[in-house]
Ligand binder design. Structure first.
Ligand code: 6PG
Length: 481
Protein backbone atom coordinates (compact mmCIF):
# COMPACT_ATOMS: atom_id res chain seq x y z
CA UNK A 1 0.00 0.00 0.00
CA UNK A 2 1.35 3.39 -0.99
CA UNK A 3 1.60 6.18 1.54
CA UNK A 4 -0.77 9.17 1.49
CA UNK A 5 1.95 11.61 2.43
CA UNK A 6 5.71 11.72 2.88
CA UNK A 7 7.39 13.77 5.59
CA UNK A 8 10.98 14.95 5.60
CA UNK A 9 12.59 16.02 8.88
CA UNK A 10 12.19 13.92 12.00
CA UNK A 11 12.92 16.55 14.64
CA UNK A 12 10.38 16.88 17.42
CA UNK A 13 7.63 18.61 15.38
CA UNK A 14 8.06 16.26 12.41
CA UNK A 15 7.91 13.10 14.53
CA UNK A 16 4.80 14.20 16.36
CA UNK A 17 2.98 15.26 13.19
CA UNK A 18 3.72 11.85 11.66
CA UNK A 19 2.32 10.05 14.71
CA UNK A 20 -0.74 12.31 14.65
CA UNK A 21 -1.34 11.59 10.94
CA UNK A 22 -0.87 7.87 11.53
CA UNK A 23 -3.38 7.89 14.42
CA UNK A 24 -5.90 9.49 12.07
CA UNK A 25 -5.59 6.63 9.59
CA UNK A 26 -3.19 8.17 7.08
CA UNK A 27 -0.30 6.12 5.81
CA UNK A 28 2.92 8.09 6.14
CA UNK A 29 6.41 7.62 4.69
CA UNK A 30 9.30 9.38 6.42
CA UNK A 31 12.79 10.49 5.52
CA UNK A 32 15.49 12.17 7.55
CA UNK A 33 18.91 13.42 6.47
CA UNK A 34 20.63 11.16 8.99
CA UNK A 35 19.29 7.59 8.64
CA UNK A 36 19.91 6.81 12.33
CA UNK A 37 17.14 9.18 13.29
CA UNK A 38 14.72 7.39 10.95
CA UNK A 39 15.74 4.04 12.47
CA UNK A 40 15.34 5.31 16.03
CA UNK A 41 11.93 6.73 15.19
CA UNK A 42 10.69 3.56 13.48
CA UNK A 43 11.94 1.35 16.30
CA UNK A 44 10.78 3.75 18.99
CA UNK A 45 7.66 5.93 18.99
CA UNK A 46 6.56 4.77 15.51
CA UNK A 47 6.94 1.04 16.22
CA UNK A 48 4.17 -1.13 14.75
CA UNK A 49 2.36 1.83 13.27
CA UNK A 50 2.96 0.84 9.65
CA UNK A 51 5.02 3.97 8.94
CA UNK A 52 7.36 3.54 5.96
CA UNK A 53 11.02 4.49 6.38
CA UNK A 54 12.72 5.89 3.27
CA UNK A 55 16.48 6.26 3.14
CA UNK A 56 16.67 8.40 0.00
CA UNK A 57 14.38 10.93 -1.63
CA UNK A 58 13.91 8.51 -4.55
CA UNK A 59 12.73 5.86 -2.15
CA UNK A 60 10.45 8.35 -0.42
CA UNK A 61 8.80 9.47 -3.65
CA UNK A 62 8.31 5.95 -4.98
CA UNK A 63 6.50 5.01 -1.78
CA UNK A 64 3.82 7.70 -2.29
CA UNK A 65 0.46 7.55 -4.03
CA UNK A 66 -0.18 10.00 -6.90
CA UNK A 67 -0.26 12.95 -6.93
CA UNK A 68 2.55 12.84 -4.41
CA UNK A 69 2.51 15.01 -1.30
CA UNK A 70 5.77 15.71 0.49
CA UNK A 71 5.83 17.78 3.66
CA UNK A 72 9.04 19.43 4.84
CA UNK A 73 9.49 19.86 8.58
CA UNK A 74 13.02 21.24 8.39
CA UNK A 75 14.75 24.43 9.52
CA UNK A 76 13.41 27.51 7.77
CA UNK A 77 15.70 29.18 5.24
CA UNK A 78 18.27 27.58 2.95
CA UNK A 79 17.45 24.02 4.01
CA UNK A 80 13.95 24.39 2.54
CA UNK A 81 15.37 25.59 -0.79
CA UNK A 82 17.88 22.75 -0.73
CA UNK A 83 15.15 20.11 -0.39
CA UNK A 84 12.96 21.77 -3.02
CA UNK A 85 15.88 21.66 -5.47
CA UNK A 86 16.41 17.96 -4.74
CA UNK A 87 12.73 17.05 -4.93
CA UNK A 88 11.63 18.87 -8.07
CA UNK A 89 13.59 16.75 -10.61
CA UNK A 90 12.08 13.63 -9.04
CA UNK A 91 8.51 14.92 -9.18
CA UNK A 92 5.89 15.14 -11.93
CA UNK A 93 3.23 17.75 -12.72
CA UNK A 94 0.58 18.03 -10.01
CA UNK A 95 2.78 16.79 -7.17
CA UNK A 96 2.72 18.86 -4.00
CA UNK A 97 5.44 20.17 -1.70
CA UNK A 98 4.44 21.53 1.71
CA UNK A 99 6.69 23.57 3.99
CA UNK A 100 5.48 23.35 7.59
CA UNK A 101 8.30 25.35 9.21
CA UNK A 102 8.32 28.96 10.38
CA UNK A 103 9.36 30.33 6.97
CA UNK A 104 9.41 33.99 6.10
CA UNK A 105 6.29 34.69 4.00
CA UNK A 106 8.29 36.39 1.24
CA UNK A 107 10.26 33.15 0.78
CA UNK A 108 6.94 31.31 0.46
CA UNK A 109 5.72 33.86 -2.10
CA UNK A 110 8.85 33.23 -4.13
CA UNK A 111 8.73 29.43 -3.83
CA UNK A 112 5.02 29.17 -4.68
CA UNK A 113 5.50 31.21 -7.85
CA UNK A 114 8.70 29.46 -8.94
CA UNK A 115 7.19 25.99 -8.46
CA UNK A 116 3.96 26.92 -10.21
CA UNK A 117 6.03 27.49 -13.33
CA UNK A 118 7.24 23.91 -12.99
CA UNK A 119 3.67 22.62 -12.42
CA UNK A 120 4.51 21.64 -8.84
CA UNK A 121 1.95 22.83 -6.32
CA UNK A 122 3.41 24.48 -3.24
CA UNK A 123 1.92 25.06 0.19
CA UNK A 124 3.56 27.08 2.94
CA UNK A 125 1.78 26.40 6.19
CA UNK A 126 2.01 27.68 9.72
CA UNK A 127 1.85 24.92 12.32
CA UNK A 128 1.45 26.09 15.88
CA UNK A 129 1.24 24.35 19.21
CA UNK A 130 4.71 23.03 19.86
CA UNK A 131 5.38 19.36 20.50
CA UNK A 132 2.11 18.68 22.30
CA UNK A 133 0.07 20.44 19.62
CA UNK A 134 1.80 18.57 16.81
CA UNK A 135 1.01 15.26 18.52
CA UNK A 136 -2.58 15.93 19.60
CA UNK A 137 -3.87 18.66 17.33
CA UNK A 138 -2.08 21.82 16.23
CA UNK A 139 -3.50 24.92 14.66
CA UNK A 140 -2.63 24.72 10.95
CA UNK A 141 -2.57 27.81 8.70
CA UNK A 142 -2.01 26.76 5.08
CA UNK A 143 -1.51 29.08 2.12
CA UNK A 144 0.18 28.84 -1.26
CA UNK A 145 -1.20 27.32 -4.46
CA UNK A 146 -4.96 26.84 -3.91
CA UNK A 147 -5.03 23.93 -6.38
CA UNK A 148 -3.21 21.86 -3.77
CA UNK A 149 -5.75 22.40 -1.01
CA UNK A 150 -8.34 19.73 -1.88
CA UNK A 151 -5.64 17.06 -2.01
CA UNK A 152 -4.36 17.79 1.51
CA UNK A 153 -7.48 19.17 3.18
CA UNK A 154 -8.61 15.87 4.73
CA UNK A 155 -5.19 15.18 6.24
CA UNK A 156 -4.73 18.68 7.68
CA UNK A 157 -8.25 19.12 8.96
CA UNK A 158 -8.33 15.75 10.69
CA UNK A 159 -4.98 16.13 12.46
CA UNK A 160 -5.60 19.73 13.55
CA UNK A 161 -7.15 20.74 16.86
CA UNK A 162 -10.96 20.77 16.84
CA UNK A 163 -13.05 23.26 18.76
CA UNK A 164 -16.86 22.91 18.76
CA UNK A 165 -16.44 20.26 16.06
CA UNK A 166 -14.66 22.72 13.78
CA UNK A 167 -11.07 22.14 12.68
CA UNK A 168 -8.50 24.79 13.61
CA UNK A 169 -7.35 24.71 10.00
CA UNK A 170 -8.73 26.51 6.96
CA UNK A 171 -7.21 27.66 3.70
CA UNK A 172 -5.72 31.09 4.41
CA UNK A 173 -4.89 32.43 0.96
CA UNK A 174 -2.51 32.56 -1.97
CA UNK A 175 1.28 32.39 -1.91
CA UNK A 176 2.77 33.32 1.50
CA UNK A 177 -0.59 34.11 3.18
CA UNK A 178 -0.44 31.09 5.51
CA UNK A 179 3.07 31.84 6.67
CA UNK A 180 2.15 35.52 7.01
CA UNK A 181 -0.74 34.71 9.33
CA UNK A 182 1.52 32.37 11.33
CA UNK A 183 4.07 35.20 11.59
CA UNK A 184 1.40 37.52 13.01
CA UNK A 185 0.32 34.72 15.36
CA UNK A 186 3.89 34.56 16.65
CA UNK A 187 4.06 38.34 17.01
CA UNK A 188 0.86 38.23 19.05
CA UNK A 189 2.39 35.37 21.05
CA UNK A 190 5.34 37.67 21.89
CA UNK A 191 2.84 40.36 22.95
CA UNK A 192 0.76 38.04 25.14
CA UNK A 193 3.89 36.73 26.86
CA UNK A 194 5.27 40.23 27.50
CA UNK A 195 1.93 41.39 28.95
CA UNK A 196 1.88 38.43 31.33
CA UNK A 197 5.48 39.19 32.35
CA UNK A 198 4.61 42.82 33.12
CA UNK A 199 1.66 41.70 35.25
CA UNK A 200 3.98 39.27 37.04
CA UNK A 201 6.54 41.96 37.86
CA UNK A 202 3.87 44.36 39.14
CA UNK A 203 2.40 41.61 41.33
CA UNK A 204 5.67 40.19 42.63
CA UNK A 205 7.91 43.24 42.88
CA UNK A 206 5.27 45.96 43.09
CA UNK A 207 2.89 44.28 45.54
CA UNK A 208 5.43 41.92 47.09
CA UNK A 209 3.39 38.78 46.35
CA UNK A 210 5.04 35.35 46.48
CA UNK A 211 5.26 32.98 43.52
CA UNK A 212 2.48 30.87 45.04
CA UNK A 213 0.26 33.91 45.52
CA UNK A 214 0.91 34.92 41.89
CA UNK A 215 0.11 31.36 40.78
CA UNK A 216 -3.24 31.61 42.55
CA UNK A 217 -4.04 34.96 40.93
CA UNK A 218 -3.23 33.67 37.44
CA UNK A 219 -5.28 30.52 38.09
CA UNK A 220 -8.19 32.78 39.03
CA UNK A 221 -7.70 35.00 35.99
CA UNK A 222 -7.78 31.87 33.88
CA UNK A 223 -11.43 31.40 34.88
CA UNK A 224 -12.55 34.69 33.32
CA UNK A 225 -12.15 36.67 30.13
CA UNK A 226 -8.36 36.15 30.18
CA UNK A 227 -8.76 32.36 30.04
CA UNK A 228 -6.02 31.09 27.75
CA UNK A 229 -3.24 28.55 27.36
CA UNK A 230 -0.51 31.08 28.22
CA UNK A 231 -2.26 32.23 31.43
CA UNK A 232 -2.77 28.58 32.41
CA UNK A 233 0.87 27.59 31.91
CA UNK A 234 1.98 30.77 33.70
CA UNK A 235 0.09 29.68 36.80
CA UNK A 236 1.64 26.20 36.57
CA UNK A 237 5.13 27.68 36.11
CA UNK A 238 4.71 29.94 39.14
CA UNK A 239 3.61 27.02 41.32
CA UNK A 240 6.46 24.75 40.17
CA UNK A 241 9.09 23.98 42.81
CA UNK A 242 12.76 23.20 42.29
CA UNK A 243 14.31 20.17 44.02
CA UNK A 244 14.93 22.30 47.14
CA UNK A 245 11.26 23.25 47.36
CA UNK A 246 11.80 26.86 46.24
CA UNK A 247 10.01 28.24 43.16
CA UNK A 248 12.05 27.28 40.08
CA UNK A 249 10.90 30.45 38.31
CA UNK A 250 12.94 32.62 40.68
CA UNK A 251 16.13 30.79 39.75
CA UNK A 252 15.77 31.27 35.98
CA UNK A 253 18.09 33.88 34.48
CA UNK A 254 16.20 36.92 33.18
CA UNK A 255 17.52 37.02 29.60
CA UNK A 256 14.97 36.23 26.90
CA UNK A 257 15.78 34.38 23.68
CA UNK A 258 14.01 34.74 20.36
CA UNK A 259 14.16 33.16 16.95
CA UNK A 260 12.97 36.14 14.94
CA UNK A 261 9.30 35.76 14.02
CA UNK A 262 8.29 38.63 16.35
CA UNK A 263 10.96 40.79 14.76
CA UNK A 264 9.66 39.91 11.28
CA UNK A 265 6.17 41.00 12.31
CA UNK A 266 7.51 44.33 13.55
CA UNK A 267 9.57 44.89 10.40
CA UNK A 268 6.56 44.14 8.20
CA UNK A 269 4.42 46.57 10.23
CA UNK A 270 7.04 49.28 9.68
CA UNK A 271 7.12 48.43 5.97
CA UNK A 272 3.34 48.69 5.70
CA UNK A 273 3.15 51.78 7.93
CA UNK A 274 0.81 50.21 10.49
CA UNK A 275 1.35 50.89 14.21
CA UNK A 276 2.11 47.57 15.87
CA UNK A 277 3.50 49.13 18.99
CA UNK A 278 2.78 46.40 21.49
CA UNK A 279 4.49 43.65 19.52
CA UNK A 280 7.37 46.03 18.73
CA UNK A 281 7.81 46.79 22.44
CA UNK A 282 7.64 43.08 23.22
CA UNK A 283 10.52 42.35 20.84
CA UNK A 284 12.55 45.23 22.29
CA UNK A 285 11.75 44.11 25.84
CA UNK A 286 13.35 40.75 25.00
CA UNK A 287 16.37 42.59 23.55
CA UNK A 288 16.69 44.76 26.68
CA UNK A 289 16.43 41.70 28.91
CA UNK A 290 19.28 40.09 26.96
CA UNK A 291 21.58 43.02 27.89
CA UNK A 292 21.91 41.48 31.34
CA UNK A 293 25.45 42.50 32.30
CA UNK A 294 24.92 46.07 31.16
CA UNK A 295 21.64 46.25 33.12
CA UNK A 296 23.34 44.97 36.24
CA UNK A 297 25.95 47.73 35.92
CA UNK A 298 23.24 50.32 35.23
CA UNK A 299 21.27 49.16 38.27
CA UNK A 300 24.21 50.18 40.44
CA UNK A 301 24.54 53.63 38.86
CA UNK A 302 20.99 54.76 38.16
CA UNK A 303 18.65 55.32 41.09
CA UNK A 304 15.23 53.71 41.33
CA UNK A 305 12.30 55.54 42.96
CA UNK A 306 12.35 54.67 46.65
CA UNK A 307 8.68 53.90 46.93
CA UNK A 308 6.55 50.96 47.79
CA UNK A 309 2.91 50.36 47.13
CA UNK A 310 0.79 51.27 50.12
CA UNK A 311 -2.72 51.18 48.67
CA UNK A 312 -5.36 48.46 48.63
CA UNK A 313 -3.69 45.30 47.29
CA UNK A 314 -6.81 43.65 45.90
CA UNK A 315 -7.76 46.85 44.08
CA UNK A 316 -4.32 46.89 42.44
CA UNK A 317 -4.52 43.19 41.54
CA UNK A 318 -7.82 43.95 39.79
CA UNK A 319 -6.27 46.97 38.07
CA UNK A 320 -3.39 44.82 36.80
CA UNK A 321 -5.89 42.32 35.41
CA UNK A 322 -7.71 45.18 33.66
CA UNK A 323 -4.41 46.44 32.23
CA UNK A 324 -3.61 42.95 30.95
CA UNK A 325 -7.00 42.53 29.32
CA UNK A 326 -7.17 46.02 27.79
CA UNK A 327 -3.61 45.79 26.46
CA UNK A 328 -4.34 42.36 25.02
CA UNK A 329 -7.30 43.81 23.15
CA UNK A 330 -5.00 46.54 21.76
CA UNK A 331 -2.46 43.94 20.70
CA UNK A 332 -5.02 41.88 18.77
CA UNK A 333 -6.59 45.03 17.31
CA UNK A 334 -3.15 46.05 16.04
CA UNK A 335 -2.39 42.56 14.74
CA UNK A 336 -5.69 42.22 12.87
CA UNK A 337 -5.30 45.77 11.53
CA UNK A 338 -1.89 44.77 10.20
CA UNK A 339 -3.37 41.71 8.48
CA UNK A 340 -6.02 43.93 6.90
CA UNK A 341 -3.32 46.13 5.43
CA UNK A 342 -1.31 43.11 4.29
CA UNK A 343 -4.37 41.66 2.56
CA UNK A 344 -4.74 44.87 0.56
CA UNK A 345 -1.01 45.17 -0.14
CA UNK A 346 -0.41 41.56 -1.16
CA UNK A 347 -3.86 40.94 -2.74
CA UNK A 348 -5.01 38.28 -0.32
CA UNK A 349 -8.62 37.91 0.68
CA UNK A 350 -8.11 37.06 4.33
CA UNK A 351 -11.07 35.91 6.39
CA UNK A 352 -10.47 37.41 9.83
CA UNK A 353 -13.26 35.47 11.54
CA UNK A 354 -11.79 32.19 10.26
CA UNK A 355 -8.32 33.23 11.39
CA UNK A 356 -9.72 33.85 14.89
CA UNK A 357 -11.34 30.39 14.77
CA UNK A 358 -8.09 28.78 13.65
CA UNK A 359 -6.33 30.34 16.64
CA UNK A 360 -9.00 29.23 19.09
CA UNK A 361 -7.44 25.81 19.58
CA UNK A 362 -4.13 24.03 19.18
CA UNK A 363 -1.87 27.07 19.02
CA UNK A 364 0.12 28.92 21.66
CA UNK A 365 -2.20 31.96 21.76
CA UNK A 366 -5.38 29.88 22.05
CA UNK A 367 -7.90 31.57 24.28
CA UNK A 368 -11.56 32.16 25.02
CA UNK A 369 -11.10 35.73 23.86
CA UNK A 370 -10.73 34.62 20.22
CA UNK A 371 -14.43 33.70 20.26
CA UNK A 372 -15.21 37.37 20.92
CA UNK A 373 -13.01 38.38 17.98
CA UNK A 374 -14.74 35.83 15.76
CA UNK A 375 -18.12 37.19 16.87
CA UNK A 376 -17.05 40.76 16.04
CA UNK A 377 -16.02 39.76 12.50
CA UNK A 378 -19.17 37.67 12.02
CA UNK A 379 -21.23 40.72 12.88
CA UNK A 380 -19.22 42.90 10.53
CA UNK A 381 -16.72 41.18 8.19
CA UNK A 382 -15.55 44.62 6.98
CA UNK A 383 -14.77 45.83 10.53
CA UNK A 384 -12.16 48.58 10.24
CA UNK A 385 -10.62 47.93 13.63
CA UNK A 386 -11.55 45.50 16.41
CA UNK A 387 -11.65 48.40 18.85
CA UNK A 388 -14.74 49.70 17.05
CA UNK A 389 -16.83 46.56 17.66
CA UNK A 390 -19.48 47.05 20.39
CA UNK A 391 -18.09 44.24 22.51
CA UNK A 392 -14.62 45.81 22.60
CA UNK A 393 -15.91 49.38 23.04
CA UNK A 394 -17.59 48.09 26.21
CA UNK A 395 -14.53 46.16 27.32
CA UNK A 396 -12.35 49.26 26.90
CA UNK A 397 -14.79 51.34 28.92
CA UNK A 398 -14.79 48.80 31.72
CA UNK A 399 -11.01 48.44 31.92
CA UNK A 400 -9.94 52.03 31.25
CA UNK A 401 -9.68 53.12 34.90
CA UNK A 402 -7.84 50.04 36.15
CA UNK A 403 -5.48 50.05 33.17
CA UNK A 404 -4.38 53.64 33.85
CA UNK A 405 -4.04 52.90 37.56
CA UNK A 406 -1.73 49.94 36.90
CA UNK A 407 0.43 51.94 34.47
CA UNK A 408 0.69 54.82 36.95
CA UNK A 409 1.70 52.37 39.68
CA UNK A 410 4.43 50.99 37.41
CA UNK A 411 5.68 54.51 36.70
CA UNK A 412 5.70 55.49 40.37
CA UNK A 413 7.37 52.30 41.52
CA UNK A 414 9.93 52.32 38.70
CA UNK A 415 8.68 49.00 37.29
CA UNK A 416 8.82 48.93 33.49
CA UNK A 417 5.55 48.25 31.69
CA UNK A 418 6.47 48.87 28.04
CA UNK A 419 3.59 46.84 26.62
CA UNK A 420 0.90 48.07 29.06
CA UNK A 421 1.93 51.69 28.60
CA UNK A 422 2.59 51.68 24.85
CA UNK A 423 -0.79 50.02 24.36
CA UNK A 424 -2.36 52.82 26.38
CA UNK A 425 -0.51 55.45 24.33
CA UNK A 426 -1.79 53.82 21.14
CA UNK A 427 -5.32 53.73 22.51
CA UNK A 428 -5.21 57.38 23.52
CA UNK A 429 -3.78 58.30 20.12
CA UNK A 430 -6.29 56.18 18.22
CA UNK A 431 -9.26 57.72 19.98
CA UNK A 432 -7.97 61.31 19.58
CA UNK A 433 -9.54 63.20 16.69
CA UNK A 434 -6.83 65.85 16.58
CA UNK A 435 -3.20 64.95 17.26
CA UNK A 436 -0.25 67.35 17.38
CA UNK A 437 0.87 66.32 13.90
CA UNK A 438 -0.10 69.83 12.76
CA UNK A 439 3.04 71.01 14.54
CA UNK A 440 5.06 68.20 13.06
CA UNK A 441 3.97 69.18 9.55
CA UNK A 442 4.82 72.79 10.29
CA UNK A 443 8.30 71.76 11.45
CA UNK A 444 8.83 69.71 8.30
CA UNK A 445 7.74 72.60 6.18
CA UNK A 446 9.90 75.04 8.14
CA UNK A 447 13.16 73.21 7.78
CA UNK A 448 12.61 71.28 4.58
CA UNK A 449 9.76 72.91 2.63
CA UNK A 450 7.91 69.58 2.83
CA UNK A 451 4.48 71.34 2.64
CA UNK A 452 1.31 70.75 4.66
CA UNK A 453 -2.44 70.48 4.18
CA UNK A 454 -4.79 72.98 5.86
CA UNK A 455 -7.88 72.38 7.99
CA UNK A 456 -9.70 75.17 6.10
CA UNK A 457 -8.94 73.81 2.61
CA UNK A 458 -9.90 70.51 0.90
CA UNK A 459 -7.63 67.49 1.45
CA UNK A 460 -4.99 66.95 -1.22
CA UNK A 461 -3.97 70.59 -1.58
CA UNK A 462 -0.48 71.27 -0.27
CA UNK A 463 0.84 74.59 1.00
CA UNK A 464 4.26 75.95 1.78
CA UNK A 465 5.02 78.93 3.98
CA UNK A 466 8.18 81.00 3.92
CA UNK A 467 8.46 80.81 7.73
CA UNK A 468 11.63 82.90 8.12
CA UNK A 469 11.24 85.42 5.34
CA UNK A 470 14.43 84.28 3.64
CA UNK A 471 13.35 80.86 2.32
CA UNK A 472 12.48 80.36 -1.35
CA UNK A 473 8.99 79.81 -2.73
CA UNK A 474 9.80 76.33 -3.99
CA UNK A 475 8.34 73.47 -1.97
CA UNK A 476 10.16 70.16 -1.86
CA UNK A 477 7.09 68.54 -3.41
CA UNK A 478 7.90 70.45 -6.59
CA UNK A 479 10.61 67.89 -7.10
CA UNK A 480 8.45 64.85 -6.32
CA UNK A 481 7.74 63.28 -9.66
C1 6PG B 1 4.17 28.03 17.90
C2 6PG B 1 5.36 28.87 18.32
C3 6PG B 1 6.62 28.45 17.69
C4 6PG B 1 7.81 29.34 18.05
C5 6PG B 1 8.26 29.23 19.45
C6 6PG B 1 9.56 29.95 19.78
O1 6PG B 1 3.27 28.62 17.35
O2 6PG B 1 4.14 26.82 18.16
O3 6PG B 1 5.12 30.18 17.91
O4 6PG B 1 6.41 28.49 16.31
O5 6PG B 1 8.86 28.97 17.24
O6 6PG B 1 7.27 29.69 20.29
O7 6PG B 1 9.61 31.26 19.34
P1 6PG B 1 10.74 32.26 19.88
O8 6PG B 1 11.99 31.45 20.07
O9 6PG B 1 10.92 33.31 18.86
O10 6PG B 1 10.22 32.76 21.19
Amino acid sequence: MKANIGLIGLAVMGQNLVLNMSDHGFKVAVHNRSPDKTEDFLNGPAKDKGIIGAYSLDELLSSLELPRVVMLMVKAGEVVDHYIEQLVPLMTAGDIIIDGGNSLFTDTNRRTKALKEKNILYIGTGVSGGEEGARNGPSIMPGGNPDAWERVRAIFQSISAQVDNQPCCQWVGDNGAGHYVKMVHNGIEYGDMQLICEAYQLLSEGLGLSADECAGIFAQWNQGELSSYLIEITSNIMAYKDTDGAPLLEKILDTAGQKGTGKWTGINALDLGIPLTLIGESVFARCLSAMKDERVRAAERLPKPVKSYTGDKQAMIDAIRDALYASKIISYAQGFRLMREAAAEYQWSLNYGEIALMWRGGCIIRSAFLNDIKAAYTENPQLENLLLADFFVNAMQQTDGGWRKAVIAGIELGIPTPAFSSALAYYDGYRTARLPANLLQAQRDYFGAHTYERTDQPRGQFFHTDWTGYGGKTASSTYTV
